[in-house]
Write a protein that binds this ligand. Structure first.
Ligand code: SF4
Ligand code: SF4
Ligand code: SF4
Length: 269
C-alpha cells in the first residue's frame, strides 16, 4: 500500500494523498505530497475510521484543480459516490486506494460499525430505541409507543452537532440545523422532534450508513436506524440505493436521471 501511494505521488497520478500517520500510537489523518515522501514511513491503518472524503472535499474546494488520492473502505466509497452525484467532488480528480473493510461478518452494504450488543433487558431497550433493534421490530410496535421511544431518545440530545460534523455527506455551506427558523437557539434539548427530523429528511438519498454519527453521538441516540428508515423509503419509492453507484439520486433532480461513470478504485493486494 505504501509503495502504491509513493508511486502515485512520484508519477503525479495524484497531487496529494490523504491517509494516516502515526501520532503517539494513534493513526490520524494526514495529507502526503511528493516533496515529503519521507513522511510516508511505516504506518498501519488498523480499524480506525475517519471520513477522509471530508478532507478531500475541503481540499477540493480550496484547490479545485488538484487530483486527490485517499484510502477508502466501502463506506468511504459510498460517501464519495454521494459527493460525486451531488456535484461536490469531480470523480476524475479522485483516486481511491481500497482498504479491506471491517474485520467481521458485518461487512455488508450497510453494516460496518463496532457497536457492542446490549442486553435486551436494559432500560434503554425497554423505554427507548436500542441501536441493535431491527427496523421491522420497531415498526411492529404501536405508533404511540414508537413515538414515545423516539421522543425518549431525542430528548437526550445535547445539540453538540457531532453527528453533522462527522458526517461525510453533510457538506452544506449553511446548515438548516443552525437556522433560527427551524431550530431555535439556546434550547436544550433542541425542539423534539424538529432537529432530528430535519436531519433525517436531509439524509434521505444521502446517508451511506457509515455509522460515524452514531459512534460520535455522546447521547447514544440510534441515529443509523432513523436514517436507514428514510433511505428504505427512498429505495421503496424510487428503487434507489444510496451510495451504491453514481446514478443521480431521485431527490436531487427535476429532469431525467443522468448516469455517470463509477469512481475509479484501485485494489490493494
Ligand atoms: S451514518 Fe451518519 S455519518 Fe454516516 S452518512 Fe449516514 S448520517 Fe452521515
Ligand atoms: S444537517 Fe442538513 S443542512 Fe445541515 S449539513 Fe447536513 S444535510 Fe446540510
Ligand atoms: S451527536 Fe447526538 S447529541 Fe450531538 S447533536 Fe447529534 S444527536 Fe444530538
Amino acid at each position: 500500500m505504501i509503495q502504491q501511494i509513493k508511486s502515485w505521488l512520484e508519477d503525479a497520478t495524484v497531487d496529494i494523498f490523504i491517509g494516516y500517520r502515526d501520532v503517539d500510537g494513534h493513526a490520524v489523518p494526514h495529507g502526503y505530497t511528493a516533496d515529503r515522501l519521507e513522511e510516508l514511513g511505516n504506518w498501519t491503518v488498523g480499524t480506525h475510521r475517519y471520513p477522509l472524503e471530508t478532507f478531500a472535499l475541503h481540499l477540493a474546494r480550496i484547490h479545485p484543480e488538484a487530483t486527490i488520492g485517499l484510502l477508502g473502505r466501502d463506506c468511504n466509497q459510498r460517501a464519495l459516490n454521494v459527493l460525486s452525484v451531488w456535484n461536490q467532488l469531480h470523480a476524475d480528480r479522485i483516486r481511491v486506494l481500497s482498504l479491506s473493510c471491517c474485520p467481521s461478518a458485518l461487512k455488508t452494504r450497510a453494516d460496518c460499525s463496532y457497536l457492542v450488543p446490549r442486553k435486551s433487558g436494559s432500560f434503554k431497550h425497554q423505554v427507548g430505541v436500542d441501536a441493535e433493534m431491527e427496523a421491522a421490530e420497531l415498526e411492529a410496535l404501536p405508533s404511540g409507543e414508537r413515538w414515545a421511544r423516539w421522543a425518549y431518545e431525542f430528548q437526550k440530545c445535547i445539540k453538540c452537532y457531532g453527528c453533522r460534523d462527522i458526517c461525510p455527506v453533510c457538506f452544506c455551506a449553511e446548515c438548516s440545523l443552525e437556522s433560527d427558523e427551524l431550530v431555535g437557539t439556546g434550547k436544550l434539548p433542541p425542539e423534539v422532534p424538529i432537529f432530528h427530523l430535519v436531519r433525517a429528511t436531509h439524509m434521505a438519498g444521502r446517508c451511506v450508513d457509515c455509522g460515524l454519527c452514531e459512534e460520535a453521538c455522546p447521547a447514544d441516540i440510534p441515529l443509523r436506524l432513523l436514517y436507514r428508515k428514510v433511505n428504505a423509503i427512498v429505495e421503496d419509492l424510487f428503487g434507489y440505493q444510496t451510495g451504491s453507484d453514481t446514478a443521480q439520486p431521485p431527490l436531487s433532480v427535476l429532469g431525467d436521471r443522468v448516469e455517470l461513470e463509477p469512481l475509479p478504485m484501485e485494489k490493494t493486494g
